[in-house]
Write a protein that binds this ligand. Structure first.
Ligand code: GUN
Ligand code: ZN
Length: 495
């Protein structure tokens, strides 16, 4: 099999990649706007100009409407929707989760997607609600896995089409893991994490992080990952950081129908807006007041167009951040804009040790941006390094304020700077020790640096060596007492 996904650049688990389809390459991360074939508000060809490299539609809606079904079979999906780029089709699973029942089976709907020329086909998975009873969720996961097995036997029929392997399992991490492992054994080209819409609706970003991480860490890293139904731009950055490559969303239109204006910082009601904070064609041409005065249909269309621009702009920002190795910083900015998103980030840094193992990106900068920076992969990795780093020459000085006079009595000098901790002065220009952090310290960064110092002093190579630690008053912390038991410590009066 040829490689369908090529990774161009990585940052933490995020990446910029190229996904090959019959109708061209999708550069990821990318959001695929949902087109409802029964109600097209923005024609797919216009979507292209706004930034859509691909769209998603629902094969079940087409299949259950005789007129649409016949047309799709006759003309093919791309002509029917007048879109010559990649089209993904969903299977009706979401309808199943909302209405409880649908009139089609797995093979039937998948073959229909193939027949009408879909580029990315989705089997009929079972989206189990959050906090469903464990045995129910387990039963549903078993069905989803069995359906994937059923398909993997006939994958050759689908030739160049990408078939998606959905990952379900409600809010149970072990079920997500199991679904991901079993699906991975069948070697699909794209994996999709499902049933997070109810979590998104309740802003349960911490639970979403658990679900995504449990799934993602059990999917081969060279395969692309889709996150079903995550369409609000404020979540894109953290989802990409966790390794999600594709999103689909009806949010742009659902929010517009509800007269809501999406921004990366949250959602505004059109009725409360005095200013449009954007320069897209809609926001440059109209004021909120002018839009409020239009016909309902125009209001919805204009808000939908803005919502799409905002979403694609965020995707571009995320891609540039990955190219620059600055995705963490963008995620911190986004997560600072809503406490529920901050819950997500705080849950995510609990997985720092896992993230560190996978973060192979080359970067050039580290800007400290608050408490969560202390758990960034670079800090975790540096701590691991300190476990083995020898102090070469003694007597050695570790100082929070290096000054020329102090240095002369010592054979080696280390600088202690939060959050990384001790490092040889000569490395201060090399990544990640060229990090930028505020001189006005906070408790957490001081603690992180002192903890790293303890790891350094305590490692097998350094125990008992002739070391002096001098610190200024900004570093007063209960951990100093612990360090006093290990080496000479003195308080200096500068700063
Ligand atoms: N759209 C939103 N959530 C889901 C899901 O879990 N499965 C599928 N197939 N589509 C979705
Ligand atoms: Zn706008």
């Amino acid at each position: 099999m040829d490689v369908k996904f090529e990774i161009i650049k990585k940052d933490v688990l995020g990446r910029v990649g190229h996904l090959k389809t019959k109708h061209g390459i999708i550069e990821t991360p990318m959001i695929l706007p949902v087109i409802n074939p029964n109600n097209i508000v923005i024609p797919p060809e216009d979507m292209k100009n706004i930034g859509a490299e691909a769209i998603i539609t629902n094969s079940y809606i087409i299949y259950s409407n005789q007129r649409l079904r016949d047309r799709a079979r006759e003309e093919g999906l791309h002509r029917m929707l007048n879109f010559d780029r990649p089209i993904m089709t969903d299977s009706g699973s979401f309808q199943l989760s909302v209405y409880g029942d649908i009139n089609v089976d797995n093979m039937e709907i998948l073959q229909f997607q193939n027949e009408i020329g879909s580029d990315i086909c989705v089997p009929l998975d079972i989206p189990t609600k959050p906090n469903e009873r464990y045995d129910e969720a387990e039963k549903d996961v078993t069905i989803t896995i069995n359906r994937l097995r059923e398909i993997s036997n006939i994958k050759h029929i689908f030739k160049d089409n990408i078939i998606v392997a959905p990952i379900q399992g409600s809010t149970y991490r072990d079920l997500r893991r199991k679904n991901a492992i079993e699906a991975s054994k069948l070697d699909f080209d794209l994996y999709a994490i499902g049933a997070i819409v109810p979590l998104l609706e309740e802003y349960r970003y911490d639970d979403i992080v658990d679900v995504v991480i449990a799934s993602k860490l059990n999917i081969p890293l060279n395969k692309p990952v889709h996150l079903f139904g995550a369409g609000h731009p404020m979540g894109f950055a953290i989802f990409v950081l966790m390794g999600c490559d594709l999103f689909d969303s009806a949010s742009y239109i659902l929010y517009a129908m509800d007269k809501r204006y999406l921004t990366v910082n949250g959602t505004y009601k059109l009725s409360n807006l005095r200013y449009f904070q954007c320069n897209c064609p809609v926001c440059s041409k109209y004021t909120p007041e002018e839009v409020r005065g239009l016909e309902n249909e125009d209001i919805v269309r204009l808000l939908a167009i803005h919502n799409l621009y905002e979403s694609f702009t965020e995707i571009k920002r995320i891609k540039q951040s990955i190219m620059d190795g600055r995705l963490w910083e963008l995620v911190q900015i986004r997560c600072a804009s809503h406490p529920k998103l901050l819950n997500g980030l705080r849950r995510l840094v609990k997985y720092s040790n896992n993230l560190e193992r996978y973060d192979v990106s080359s970067k050039s900068a580290f800007f400290y941006g608050g408490a969560e920076s202390n758990r960034r992969t670079e800090v975790i990795r540096y701590r691991k390094k300190l476990r083995n780093m020898p102090i070469k020459m003694t007597p050695a000085l570790i100082t929070t304020i290096p000054s020329i006079e102090d240095i002369k009595d010592y054979k080696s000098v280390y600088y202690l700077k939060p959050p990384f901790g001790p490092y040889p002065l000569e490395l201060s220009e090399t990544y990640p020790l060229n990090f930028e952090s505020p001189e006005i310290l906070d408790k957490e960064m001081v603690r992180t640096a002192l903890l790293n110092l303890i790891v350094f002093l305590n490692n097998d190579k350094n125990k008992g060596k002739d070391v002096t630690f001098e610190y200024d008053k900004r570093y007063r912390d209960p951990l100093i007492k612990k360090i006093k038991k290990m080496v000479d410590v003195r308080l200096i009066n500068e700063i």
